[in-house]
Design a protein around this ligand. Structure first.
Ligand SMILES: NC(=O)c1ccc[n+]([C@@H]2O[C@H](COP(=O)([O-])OP(=O)(O)OC[C@H]3O[C@@H](n4cnc5c(N)ncnc54)[C@H](O)[C@@H]3O)[C@@H](O)[C@H]2O)c1
Length: 343
C-alpha cells in the first residue's frame, strides 16, 4: 500500500493513523486534516463504516472526507479542525459489538483531540454502544446531527431556488432526492411540507417504502440525476457528479447532503458553465457539524437552529463573491474556506 503522504488526496494532513486490532480483526483509519496547535479545540468528523474494495480506497475516502470537514468548519466559522474515521468492512452482526469496541478504543487513544460520531454505516445505537468505551463520541446531544443536516440542506436549497429560479417557496417545484436514509427522508418530508413534488430513490427497499408512504414518488435512484427535475438533492454517497454524469444533468439547482458530491473539484466550474446553481456540499450539509458544536461548546437549541438556518445567509455571501469575481459558486466557496484555513 502507498504511504498516505503519496496518495493523490493527501493535503498535508496533520496525522493519518491506522488501527489493526489483532483480537477482533477490526481495521480503521483516522485522518486529522487540521489540528488546533493550541489544543483548545478538537478535530471533528464522523465515523463511516463500509465494505471498501481496497485499503487505498478507504484511505482516499478518509483523506477527502477529513479535508471536507476542515472546509465545513471554515465556511461555517467554527473553530474545529477537520477529521474523519473510516472502518474497513461491515462486520457480521455477532462480531459488530467487538469491532465497535475496538474502534472506540482507537478513538479513545486520541485523548479527546479527535471527536467522532455517526456517519454512513453507523447508527445512533452504535454510537451509544461506543460511548461506553470512550467519552469522545459526539452527536448524542439534544439535537440529532442528521436532523440538523436536513434542516441546513433545506435552508440552502430554498435559497438556491430563490437565486436561480426566482421562487420564494417550493410550491410545484420538482425535486429529486437520491438516498432516502436519515437525512434524505427528513429532507423529503420538509420539501413535501413546503409544497414541492418529490421524486426519490434508494437502493434499500425499506427506505423506498417508508418514503412512498410519505408521498415521495419512487424512481430508480441511478436515473434521478438525468431526470427532468428542477432540483437534484444527492443524499447518498459521494462522487455522484462525475465527468461522465455532468452532461446528463437537467436540474437547475443541486443541493444535497452527500459529502464530496463532485468526483473532481473542477466539476464545480463545469456545472457553473452549464448554468447549474451548485450549493457546495460542505456548506449545504454543515448542520450536522453545528449539532456537534452545540454539544461540545454547550450552546442551546436556539443557537443550533439559528446557525443551521443561517447557512442560507452564508450562501448569499458566497454568491456575492462569485458574482463580483465572475467565478463559480464552488470556486468562491473554495476561496473562502482556503482563506479561513490559512488564517
Ligand atoms: N447524518 C449526518 O449528520 C450527515 C452530516 C453531513 C453529511 N452527511 C452525508 O449525507 C449522506 C447521507 O447521510 P445519512 O446520515 O442519511 O446516511 P444513511 O446511511 O442514513 O443514508 C444513506 C442512504 O443512501 C442509500 N444509498 C446508498 N447508496 C446509494 C445509491 N447508490 N443510490 C441511492 N441510495 C443509496 C442507503 O441505502 C441509505 O438509505 C452521506 O453522504 C453522509 O456522509 C450526513
Amino acid at each position: 500500500m502507498i504511504a498516505p503522504s503519496e496518495h493523490p488526496d493527501f493535503d498535508a494532513h496533520a496525522a493519518v493513523c491506522f488501527l489493526h486490532d489483532a483480537r477482533t480483526g477490526a481495521r480503521a483509519i483516522v485522518a486529522l486534516h487540521r489540528v488546533d496547535p493550541t489544543g483548545t479545540h478538537p478535530s471533528v468528523g464522523g465515523c463511516r463504516m463500509r465494505d471498501y474494495e481496497t485499503t487505498e480506497e478507504a484511505l482516499g475516502d478518509v483523506l477527502r472526507l477529513s479535508r471536507g470537514m476542515s472546509s465545513k468548519c471554515a465556511v461555517t466559522g467554527l473553530p474545529f479542525g477537520g477529521a474523519k474515521a473510516v472502518v474497513l468492512g461491515v462486520p457480521k452482526p455477532a462480531a459488530r459489538p467487538c469491532v465497535l469496541d475496538a474502534v472506540a478504543g482507537f478513538v479513545n487513544s486520541f485523548g479527546g483531540r479527535f471527536r467522532t460520531g455517526v456517519d454512513v454505516g453507523l447508527s445512533a445505537s452504535d454510537v451509544e454502544a461506543m460511548r461506553t468505551a470512550t467519552p469522545w463520541m459526539v452527536g448524542t446531544g439534544l439535537i440529532r446531527p442528521d436532523a440538523l443536516t436536513a434542516d441546513g440542506v433545506f435552508a440552502t436549497l430554498k435559497r438556491a431556488v430563490r437565486h436561480r429560479l426566482g421562487r420564494d417557496d417550493l410550491g410545484g417545484t420538482t425535486v429529486g432526492v437520491q438516498g432516502l436514509g436519515k437525512v434524505g427522508l427528513r429532507l423529503a418530508r420538509l420539501l413535501l411540507d413546503d409544497g414541492a413534488r418529490v421524486l426519490g430513490g434508494d437502493v434499500d427497499r425499506a427506505a423506498n417504502e417508508e418514503a412512498a408512504g410519505m408521498g415521495v414518488e419512487i424512481v430508480d435512484p441511478a436515473s434521478l440525476i438525468g431526470l427532468d427535475i428542477e432540483v437534484f438533492a444527492p443524499c447518498a454517497l459521494g462522487g455522484v457528479i462525475g465527468p461522465d454524469t455532468v452532461g446528463a444533468i437537467r436540474a437547475s439547482v443541486i443541493a444535497g447532503s452527500a459529502n464530496n458530491q463532485l468526483a473532481t473539484a473542477d466539476l464545480g466550474d463545469a456545472l457553473h458553465a452549464k448554468g447549474i446553481f451548485y450549493v457546495p456540499d460542505y456548506l449545504a450539509n454543515a448542520g450536522g457539524l453545528i449539532a456537534v458544536a452545540m454539544q461540545i461548546e454547550g450552546h442551546d437549541e436556539a443557537w443550533a437552529h439559528s446557525r443551521a438556518a443561517g447557512l442560507a445567509d452564508r450562501l448569499d455571501e458566497i454568491v456575492a463573491t462569485a458574482r463580483s469575481l465572475d467565478i463559480s459558486i464552488a470556486a468562491a466557496a473554495g476561496r473562502l474556506a482556503a482563506e479561513r484555513l490559512a488564517s
